[in-house]
Write a protein that binds this ligand. Structure first.
Ligand code: PSU
Ligand code: MN
Length: 336
C-alpha cells in the first residue's frame, strides 16, 4: 500500500445522482423567498422541458420598449419550439421563477434603476427586499436551485480588455465553473477579450461547444472571432447528450453552447469594431469600472451603431431561445 495510507486498488464509487447534504440544501418548498409562476410550477411537476431566461438583458441590456417586446417574443419562441420559458428575477426581495407580462414590463420600464444582480448581490437584494434583475451568473444560481438546466441569453460576460490592469473578469465565468447549467449564447462581444475569455473558461473547466460547422467561437454580432472553441456540434440532441453526461458524471460545472448569429442578421465586422473601439476608449476616459462597465459599453455600442446592433441583438437572442428550447426538449426525452 502507498505511504500515505491510500489503499491501492480500492474501488471508487460515484453517486449516480446529485446527492446534496440535507442541512445545506433545504427543499424549495420550505424557502419563503421562492415563487414559481403557475406555468413553470406545472412544467416542473410534469417534467416538461424548461428554458431559463435572464432579466439583466431586459433592465440593463436593451432600451425600453424594445427590451419589453423582445422579452415577450423570446418567451414565445421558447414555447413555439416545445419548451416552457422561465424568466428569472428578484422582485421586492422575492425570487421569481417565471414572470407575468406585467412583471416583465415593470422591469423593462425601471431599467437601470433595478439592481443588476450577480451571485454576490443575491443575498443583499433578498435581505433588503430590493428588486434585482439577474445576470447570467445570478440566473444560473437560481435556475439550478429551481431544477432548470438549460438557459438562453444573448451574450455572456467575459474577460474585459485591459484585464492585466483591472482584473475585470465577469462573475459569469466563475459561475460557469461551479454551477451545472447549460448556457446557450451567441458567444461574447468584442467589447471583451475573447481569447482570454476562452482561456478563463478552460481554466474553470467549462465545456464550450459551438453550434454548426463554423470552427470559431462566435463574437455575438458576427459569426467569427478568430478564436476557436474546443468543439463543434451539429444538433440539439448532441447538446442534450453532453448535458446528460455532465449530470451523469456529477461534474457540477456549466456548459456554454455558442450559437453564431444567423448569417442574414450578422453585422459588418469593421462597423462593429469601430463602434466598440470608441466605446472602450470612452469607458477608460470616464473611468467606468466594476458592474457599470458592461452596461455602459452595451449602451454606447447601441448608440454608435444607430440601432443596427440592437436589431442584430434582438435577432440573435430569439435564435438562441429556439435552439435552447430544442435542447431542453431533447434533454427531457433522454432523461425520461
Ligand atoms: N452581454 C450582452 N448583453 C447583456 C449582458 C452581457 O450582450 O445584457 C449582461 C448579462 O446579464 C451578463 C452581464 O451576465 O451583462 C455581465 O456583466 P458583467 O460583465 O458586469 O459581469
Ligand atoms: Mn466586471
Amino acid at each position: 500500500h502507498g505511504h500515505n495510507g491510500y489503499r491501492l486498488g480500492a474501488t471508487l464509487s460515484f453517486p449516480r445522482k446529485n446527492t446534496f447534504s440535507a442541512a445545506a440544501y433545504r427543499p424549495l418548498s420550505t424557502l419563503s423567498s421562492f415563487n414559481f409562476s403557475d406555468e413553470v410550477r406545472s412544467a416542473l411537476e410534469q417534467k416538461k422541458p424548461l428554458v431559463a431566461l435572464e432579466s439583466t438583458i431586459i433592465s440593463h441590456g436593451m432600451p425600453y420598449p424594445q427590451n419589453y417586446d423582445t422579452a415577450l417574443q423570446v418567451e414565445q419562441v421558447v414555447r413555439d419550439n416545445g419548451a416552457i420559458p422561465a424568466t428569472i428575477a428578484i422582485l421586492g426581495g422575492q425570487v421569481h421563477i417565471g414572470l407575468s407580462n406585467d412583471q416583465i414590463r415593470d422591469l423593462a420600464k425601471l431599467g437601470r434603476r433595478v439592481v443588476k444582480a450577480s451571485r454576490r448581490d443575491l443575498a443583499v437584494v433578498v435581505s433588503k427586499k430590493q428588486t434585482g434583475a439577474t445576470t447570467v451568473s445570478g440566473t444560473m444560481v437560481l435556475a439550478h436551485r429551481a431544477g432548470i438546466s438549460v438557459f438562453a441569453t444573448g451574450g455572456i460576460g467575459g474577460v474585459h480588455r485591459g484585464y492585466e490592469n483591472t482584473m475585470d473578469a465577469s462573475a459569469d465565468l466563475t459561475e460557469l465553473g461551479r454551477t451545472p447549467v447549460a448556457v446557450v449564447c451567441a458567444g461574447v462581444k468584442s467589447i471583451l477579450d475573447i481569447g482570454r475569455t476562452l482561456e478563463f473558461l478552460e481554466t474553470q473547466g467549462v465545456t464550450v461547444a459551438t453550434y454548426g460547422s463554423t470552427p470559431d467561437f462566435p463574437a455575438f454580432f458576427t459569426r467569427t472571432s478568430g478564436f476557436q472553441s474546443m468543439l463543434n456540434i451539429e444538433t440539439s440532441m448532441d447538446a442534450a447528450k453532453i448535458i446528460a453526461a455532465n449530470q451523469e458524471l456529477d461534474l457540477q460545472s456549466g456548459i456554454v453552447f455558442s450559437v453564431p448569429i444567423p448569417e442574414d442578421e450578422a453585422m459588418d465586422d469593421a462597423l462593429v469594431d469601430e463602434a466598440i473601439d470608441i466605446a472602450v476608449k470612452e469607458s477608460i476616459q470616464q473611468n467606468i469600472v466594476g458592474k457599470e462597465s458592461t452596461p455602459f459599453l452595451l449602451k454606447r455600442v447601441n448608440e454608435l451603431t444607430g440601432g443596427n446592433s440592437l436589431k442584430s441583438n434582438i435577432a440573435l437572442v430569439k435564435h438562441n431561445a429556439s435552439v435552447a428550447a430544442k435542447i431542453a426538449k431533447d434533454l427531457s426525452a433522454i432523461s425520461a
